[in-house]
Design a protein around this ligand. Sequence first.
Ligand code: SAM
Length: 249
Amino acid sequence: MAAGRREPRTARWDRDRTQRLRLRSGTLPPGQRRHRQVPQSARYAPLVADVLLRECAGSGTVVDIGCGDGALAAVLPHPPPVRVIGVDASATMPATHPGTAVRADARALPLASGVASAAAAVTVLDHMDEPTAAIREAHRVLKPGGLFLATAISRGDSPELAHVWRPVATSFDAEEAPALVASVFGSIGAHRWDAPLIDLPSSGAVRDYLIGRQVPPERAAAAACRVPTPLTLTKRGVLISGRKKRGTG
Ligand SMILES: C[S@@+](CC[C@H](N)C(=O)[O-])C[C@H]1O[C@@H](n2cnc3c(N)ncnc32)[C@H](O)[C@@H]1O
Protein backbone atom coordinates (compact mmCIF):
# COMPACT_ATOMS: atom_id res chain seq x y z
CA MET A 1 0.00 0.00 0.00
CA ALA A 2 1.35 3.44 -0.96
CA ALA A 3 2.56 5.54 1.96
CA GLY A 4 -0.10 7.92 3.26
CA ARG A 5 -2.99 6.01 1.71
CA ARG A 6 -5.55 4.69 4.13
CA GLU A 7 -6.06 0.94 3.94
CA PRO A 8 -9.72 0.04 3.35
CA ARG A 9 -11.19 -1.42 6.51
CA THR A 10 -12.41 -4.55 4.77
CA ALA A 11 -8.90 -5.20 3.44
CA ARG A 12 -7.59 -4.84 6.95
CA TRP A 13 -10.12 -7.41 8.11
CA ASP A 14 -9.05 -9.80 5.38
CA ARG A 15 -5.43 -9.39 6.42
CA ASP A 16 -6.18 -9.84 10.11
CA ARG A 17 -8.44 -12.78 9.51
CA THR A 18 -5.60 -15.30 9.50
CA GLN A 19 -4.48 -14.18 12.92
CA ARG A 20 -8.06 -14.10 14.25
CA LEU A 21 -8.78 -17.58 12.97
CA ARG A 22 -5.60 -18.82 14.61
CA LEU A 23 -6.69 -17.23 17.86
CA ARG A 24 -10.12 -18.76 17.54
CA SER A 25 -8.97 -22.24 16.64
CA GLY A 26 -6.09 -22.37 19.09
CA THR A 27 -3.47 -23.04 16.41
CA LEU A 28 -1.04 -20.42 17.61
CA PRO A 29 2.51 -21.74 17.95
CA PRO A 30 3.39 -23.45 21.26
CA GLY A 31 4.09 -20.84 23.91
CA GLN A 32 1.54 -18.48 22.43
CA ARG A 33 -1.52 -20.63 23.15
CA ARG A 34 -3.89 -19.14 25.67
CA HIS A 35 -7.45 -19.80 26.60
CA ARG A 36 -10.36 -17.44 25.87
CA GLN A 37 -8.65 -16.08 22.77
CA VAL A 38 -11.91 -15.34 21.03
CA PRO A 39 -11.86 -12.22 18.84
CA GLN A 40 -13.48 -9.20 20.39
CA SER A 41 -16.47 -9.22 18.06
CA ALA A 42 -17.33 -12.88 18.62
CA ARG A 43 -18.37 -12.19 22.20
CA TYR A 44 -21.41 -10.18 21.16
CA ALA A 45 -22.88 -12.72 18.75
CA PRO A 46 -24.47 -14.91 21.51
CA LEU A 47 -26.14 -11.86 23.05
CA VAL A 48 -27.58 -10.82 19.68
CA ALA A 49 -28.60 -14.40 18.85
CA ASP A 50 -30.56 -14.67 22.12
CA VAL A 51 -32.55 -11.53 21.35
CA LEU A 52 -33.12 -12.57 17.73
CA LEU A 53 -34.46 -15.98 18.68
CA ARG A 54 -36.71 -14.53 21.34
CA GLU A 55 -38.03 -11.60 19.32
CA CYS A 56 -38.38 -13.30 15.95
CA ALA A 57 -40.28 -16.19 17.52
CA GLY A 58 -37.99 -18.57 15.65
CA SER A 59 -38.94 -17.79 12.07
CA GLY A 60 -38.29 -15.46 9.16
CA THR A 61 -35.24 -14.07 7.41
CA VAL A 62 -32.42 -12.41 9.33
CA VAL A 63 -29.88 -10.26 7.51
CA ASP A 64 -26.48 -10.41 9.20
CA ILE A 65 -24.92 -7.13 8.08
CA GLY A 66 -21.12 -7.26 8.04
CA CYS A 67 -21.34 -10.96 8.83
CA GLY A 68 -17.59 -11.58 8.71
CA ASP A 69 -16.91 -15.29 8.84
CA GLY A 70 -20.25 -16.03 10.46
CA ALA A 71 -19.94 -15.50 14.22
CA LEU A 72 -23.69 -14.91 14.49
CA ALA A 73 -24.69 -17.89 12.33
CA ALA A 74 -22.26 -20.06 14.31
CA VAL A 75 -24.02 -19.45 17.63
CA LEU A 76 -27.54 -20.13 16.37
CA PRO A 77 -28.99 -23.60 16.95
CA HIS A 78 -28.52 -26.13 14.14
CA PRO A 79 -30.47 -26.25 11.98
CA PRO A 80 -31.13 -22.52 12.45
CA PRO A 81 -34.78 -21.70 13.20
CA VAL A 82 -34.39 -18.52 11.14
CA ARG A 83 -32.99 -18.12 7.64
CA VAL A 84 -29.76 -16.14 7.93
CA ILE A 85 -28.39 -14.20 4.97
CA GLY A 86 -24.91 -12.85 5.60
CA VAL A 87 -23.70 -9.75 3.79
CA ASP A 88 -20.12 -8.52 3.95
CA ALA A 89 -18.05 -6.15 1.84
CA SER A 90 -14.91 -8.23 2.32
CA ALA A 91 -13.55 -10.15 -0.66
CA THR A 92 -12.95 -13.28 1.39
CA MET A 93 -15.27 -13.35 4.41
CA PRO A 94 -18.50 -14.46 2.68
CA ALA A 95 -16.74 -17.56 1.31
CA THR A 96 -15.87 -18.72 4.83
CA HIS A 97 -19.36 -18.15 6.23
CA PRO A 98 -21.02 -21.42 7.33
CA GLY A 99 -24.35 -20.50 5.73
CA THR A 100 -25.60 -18.25 2.94
CA ALA A 101 -23.50 -15.12 2.52
CA VAL A 102 -22.88 -12.66 -0.26
CA ARG A 103 -20.38 -9.92 -0.89
CA ALA A 104 -22.06 -6.53 -0.82
CA ASP A 105 -21.87 -3.16 0.83
CA ALA A 106 -24.12 -2.59 3.83
CA ARG A 107 -25.21 0.70 2.23
CA ALA A 108 -26.65 -1.14 -0.79
CA LEU A 109 -28.01 -4.48 0.35
CA PRO A 110 -28.85 -6.89 -2.51
CA LEU A 111 -32.35 -7.46 -1.12
CA ALA A 112 -35.81 -6.22 -1.98
CA SER A 113 -37.54 -3.82 0.36
CA GLY A 114 -39.60 -5.21 3.23
CA VAL A 115 -38.41 -8.84 3.10
CA ALA A 116 -36.53 -9.34 6.38
CA SER A 117 -37.88 -10.06 9.84
CA ALA A 118 -34.67 -8.82 11.42
CA ALA A 119 -31.34 -7.24 10.57
CA ALA A 120 -28.32 -7.39 12.85
CA ALA A 121 -25.03 -5.51 12.74
CA VAL A 122 -22.65 -7.02 15.28
CA THR A 123 -19.59 -4.78 15.81
CA VAL A 124 -19.86 -3.57 12.24
CA LEU A 125 -21.19 -0.02 12.10
CA ASP A 126 -18.14 1.33 13.93
CA HIS A 127 -16.12 0.26 10.86
CA MET A 128 -18.07 2.57 8.58
CA ASP A 129 -17.58 6.25 7.93
CA GLU A 130 -21.33 6.74 7.47
CA PRO A 131 -23.15 4.25 9.70
CA THR A 132 -26.46 6.06 9.23
CA ALA A 133 -26.50 5.09 5.53
CA ALA A 134 -26.27 1.41 6.54
CA ILE A 135 -28.92 1.84 9.25
CA ARG A 136 -31.29 3.39 6.66
CA GLU A 137 -30.61 0.49 4.30
CA ALA A 138 -31.37 -2.02 7.07
CA HIS A 139 -34.62 -0.15 7.70
CA ARG A 140 -35.50 -0.45 3.98
CA VAL A 141 -35.14 -4.23 3.83
CA LEU A 142 -37.10 -4.85 7.04
CA LYS A 143 -40.75 -5.76 7.05
CA PRO A 144 -43.01 -3.42 9.01
CA GLY A 145 -42.48 -4.42 12.63
CA GLY A 146 -39.08 -5.92 11.73
CA LEU A 147 -36.30 -5.80 14.31
CA PHE A 148 -32.96 -4.02 13.96
CA LEU A 149 -30.10 -4.87 16.35
CA ALA A 150 -26.68 -3.27 16.52
CA THR A 151 -23.84 -3.45 19.02
CA ALA A 152 -21.49 -0.63 19.88
CA ILE A 153 -18.42 -0.49 22.11
CA SER A 154 -17.87 2.35 24.57
CA ARG A 155 -14.93 4.70 24.37
CA GLY A 156 -14.49 3.86 28.05
CA ASP A 157 -14.16 0.14 27.35
CA SER A 158 -11.36 -1.87 29.04
CA PRO A 159 -10.36 0.91 31.47
CA GLU A 160 -7.79 -1.40 33.11
CA LEU A 161 -5.68 -1.06 29.94
CA ALA A 162 -5.88 2.74 29.84
CA HIS A 163 -2.18 3.17 30.62
CA VAL A 164 -1.17 1.19 27.51
CA TRP A 165 -4.09 1.45 25.08
CA ARG A 166 -7.36 3.23 24.39
CA PRO A 167 -9.99 2.29 21.81
CA VAL A 168 -9.83 4.54 18.76
CA ALA A 169 -12.91 6.78 18.58
CA THR A 170 -15.24 5.57 15.84
CA SER A 171 -18.32 6.73 13.98
CA PHE A 172 -20.50 4.39 16.08
CA ASP A 173 -19.32 4.39 19.67
CA ALA A 174 -21.78 3.42 22.42
CA GLU A 175 -21.93 7.07 23.48
CA GLU A 176 -23.56 8.22 20.20
CA ALA A 177 -24.84 5.00 18.60
CA PRO A 178 -28.31 4.96 20.22
CA ALA A 179 -29.06 8.45 18.87
CA LEU A 180 -27.93 7.42 15.37
CA VAL A 181 -30.26 4.40 15.37
CA ALA A 182 -33.08 6.50 16.81
CA SER A 183 -32.63 9.00 13.96
CA VAL A 184 -33.81 6.25 11.57
CA PHE A 185 -36.03 3.99 13.69
CA GLY A 186 -37.60 6.49 16.08
CA SER A 187 -37.88 4.98 19.52
CA ILE A 188 -35.19 2.45 20.40
CA GLY A 189 -34.14 0.18 23.24
CA ALA A 190 -30.63 0.23 24.67
CA HIS A 191 -29.24 -2.63 26.75
CA ARG A 192 -25.98 -1.41 28.25
CA TRP A 193 -23.26 -3.41 29.97
CA ASP A 194 -20.49 -2.18 32.26
CA ALA A 195 -19.08 -5.17 34.06
CA PRO A 196 -15.92 -7.21 34.68
CA LEU A 197 -16.37 -9.74 31.90
CA ILE A 198 -13.05 -10.94 30.53
CA ASP A 199 -10.23 -12.68 32.39
CA LEU A 200 -6.76 -12.25 30.93
CA PRO A 201 -4.58 -14.69 32.90
CA SER A 202 -1.20 -13.77 31.43
CA SER A 203 0.64 -11.15 29.40
CA GLY A 204 0.21 -13.41 26.36
CA ALA A 205 -3.54 -13.22 26.81
CA VAL A 206 -3.32 -9.42 27.11
CA ARG A 207 -1.26 -9.32 23.91
CA ASP A 208 -3.80 -11.48 22.07
CA TYR A 209 -6.68 -9.36 23.33
CA LEU A 210 -4.97 -6.23 22.00
CA ILE A 211 -4.30 -7.92 18.65
CA GLY A 212 -8.03 -8.69 18.52
CA ARG A 213 -8.61 -4.95 18.94
CA GLN A 214 -6.46 -4.23 15.86
CA VAL A 215 -3.25 -3.32 17.71
CA PRO A 216 -0.24 -4.40 15.59
CA PRO A 217 1.39 -7.53 17.11
CA GLU A 218 4.69 -5.88 18.11
CA ARG A 219 2.95 -2.98 19.81
CA ALA A 220 0.53 -5.36 21.49
CA ALA A 221 3.41 -7.46 22.86
CA ALA A 222 5.25 -4.39 24.16
CA ALA A 223 2.09 -3.02 25.79
CA ALA A 224 1.25 -6.40 27.36
CA CYS A 225 4.59 -6.40 29.23
CA ARG A 226 3.39 -3.27 31.09
CA VAL A 227 0.14 -4.81 32.28
CA PRO A 228 0.01 -6.71 35.59
CA THR A 229 -1.69 -10.10 35.23
CA PRO A 230 -3.96 -11.87 35.93
CA LEU A 231 -6.32 -9.09 34.94
CA THR A 232 -10.09 -8.86 34.72
CA LEU A 233 -11.27 -6.41 32.10
CA THR A 234 -14.35 -4.26 32.43
CA LYS A 235 -16.34 -4.31 29.21
CA ARG A 236 -18.61 -1.39 28.35
CA GLY A 237 -20.96 -1.25 25.43
CA VAL A 238 -24.55 -1.28 24.29
CA LEU A 239 -26.95 -3.43 22.29
CA ILE A 240 -29.41 -1.15 20.51
CA SER A 241 -32.74 -2.38 19.20
CA GLY A 242 -35.25 -0.66 16.97
CA ARG A 243 -38.38 -1.73 15.13
CA LYS A 244 -39.58 -0.56 11.75
CA LYS A 245 -42.88 1.15 12.39
CA ARG A 246 -45.92 -0.57 10.95
CA GLY A 247 -47.44 1.41 8.12
CA THR A 248 -44.02 2.50 6.79
CA GLY A 249 -42.68 1.33 3.40
C1 SAM B 1 -15.53 -6.56 13.47
S1 SAM B 1 -15.99 -7.46 12.00
C2 SAM B 1 -17.47 -8.20 12.64
C3 SAM B 1 -17.84 -9.44 11.90
C4 SAM B 1 -19.05 -10.18 12.48
N1 SAM B 1 -20.24 -9.35 12.52
C5 SAM B 1 -18.74 -10.74 13.87
O1 SAM B 1 -19.50 -10.46 14.81
O2 SAM B 1 -17.73 -11.47 13.99
C6 SAM B 1 -16.60 -6.19 10.91
C7 SAM B 1 -17.07 -6.71 9.56
O3 SAM B 1 -17.74 -5.65 8.88
C8 SAM B 1 -17.42 -5.76 7.50
N2 SAM B 1 -17.68 -4.46 6.88
C9 SAM B 1 -17.01 -3.30 7.09
N3 SAM B 1 -17.54 -2.32 6.33
C10 SAM B 1 -18.57 -2.88 5.63
C11 SAM B 1 -19.51 -2.37 4.69
N4 SAM B 1 -19.50 -1.09 4.29
N5 SAM B 1 -20.43 -3.23 4.18
C12 SAM B 1 -20.45 -4.54 4.56
N6 SAM B 1 -19.58 -5.07 5.44
C13 SAM B 1 -18.65 -4.25 5.97
C14 SAM B 1 -15.96 -6.18 7.50
O4 SAM B 1 -15.58 -6.76 6.27
C15 SAM B 1 -15.93 -7.17 8.66
O5 SAM B 1 -16.19 -8.48 8.24
